[in-house]
Design a protein around this ligand. Structure first.
Ligand code: SF4
Length: 347
């Protein structure tokens, strides 16, 4: 069956369900999926929307699993959340498995007596990791509000444990002016995180050693190459990129920031964007009067796995649905607390 047939099936089902359905699509989704969504956004915007749209009976989330889980946690009890491809996960979120986080936490409690450690977990994490954060006085953050979250955390305690994305943590700390001598990397596979006692005593920010392979694909050499190709261009990258890439870029920020930068550019401007390819391609198509090119093509296969066919089949299976998202209520309580703290911090 051709893509167009699935698109028509989705449109038909959307018309039948009307306001009972809220179809949320992340910016990294395929163009045809984004075009069908009721709302598009980054993970912060979509989490916020899921918490506000109490009238929708069914929330169908086109993104990766941790996003659908967060929508489930923030949705009203009577609402139901569906994820068309339950295997669409996020490798970075999987780098912070709960037993590893608990082991790190136990070590910090033993090694830093009298110090208050505050956990800050990136949105790109499991509900269990968010629950851990909520239960230990921490907060969730996204790439839009990581700065506010770090400042908040430092005002609440002596040391922050930031997980799972080391690059977002390191880049945000640099933006806030935290000295590099106070930032240490917790290597989850090594005993004691690979940190000597004196490194731990000195640290105010401990970074988990997770990363996103889509964004660590970008290199400083690619920035140099892009500048040779487009001497007038501005290079804008996502803070999940390596610090060396950010140092060479003209600007860095969340998905929302990147979308705004392109929207606010002038006709004729050249923008070289270091983030997920589907977003860059769509921004280029939406702004034909400016040149928008990828720093290098880097596609998230997990986001891409949500196909029009999977979405059509999910919608046609409602109200029962095929892949409803469930979060253990006990896990949901702590995760909700940490997510609500994130929403209070703002975006
Ligand atoms: S782009 Fe990176 S962080 Fe986002 S879902 Fe894909 S792998 Fe995870």
């Amino acid at each position: 069956m051709a893509t167009q047939d699935f698109i028509e099936r989705i449109q038909r089902r959307k018309a039948e369900l009307g306001p009972r359905l809220l179809l949320l699509t992340h910016h990294y989704q395929r163009p045809e999926i984004v075009a069908l969504g009721d709302e598009r956004g980054d993970s912060y915007q979509l989490a916020e929307l899921a918490s506000r749209r109490a009238e929708a009976e069914f929330i169908v989330f086109c993104g990766v699993r941790f996003m659908a889980e967060a929508a489930r946690v923030l949705a009203q009890p009577g609402q139901r959340v569906f994820h068309p491809v339950p295997t669409a996960g996020c490798p970075m979120a999987d780098m912070a498995e709960l037993p590893l986080v608990e082991r790190a936490w136990a070590h910090l409690e033993r090694s830093l007596p009298g110090k208050r450690v505050v956990p800050i977990v990136y949105m790109n994490s499991s509900a269990a990791a968010k629950d851990f954060c909520g239960r230990h006085g921490g907060a969730v953050c996204t790439s839009s509000n990581a700065g506010q979250a770090l400042e908040w955390g430092l005002s609440q305690g002596d040391v922050l444990l930031f997980f799972p994305d080391q690059h977002l943590g390191r880049n945000t700390a640099a933006r806030l002016g935290l000295p590099t001598t106070q930032v240490a990397l917790w290597q989850r596979a090594l005993p004691d995180g690979g940190l000597a006692p004196e490194d731990l005593q000195r640290a105010r920010l401990l970074l988990w050693d997770g990363f996103c392979h889509v964004h660590t694909w970008f290199t400083p050499e690619q920035v140099d190459h892009a500048r040779r190709q487009h001497p007038q261009g501005r290079v804008i990258v996502h803070p999940e990129c390596d610090r060396a890439v950010l140092k060479k870029a003209d600007g860095a920020g969340s998905t929302g920031y990147i979308v705004k930068a392109v929207r606010e550019a002038r006709p004729g401007d050249v923008l070289i964007i270091g983030t997920e390819l589907n977003l860059v391609t769509r921004l280029a198509a939406e702004h034909p009067d400016r040149t928008v090119v990828p720093l290098s093509p880097s596609l998230c296969p997990n986001m891409y796995s949500i196909t029009p066919r999977a979405l059509a089949e999910e919608l046609e299976a409602l109200p029962g649905g095929r892949h409803e998202v469930f979060v253990d209520p006990q896990v949901g309580a702590g995760a909700r607390l940490a997510l609500e703290r994130m929403l209070t911090l703002g975006g």
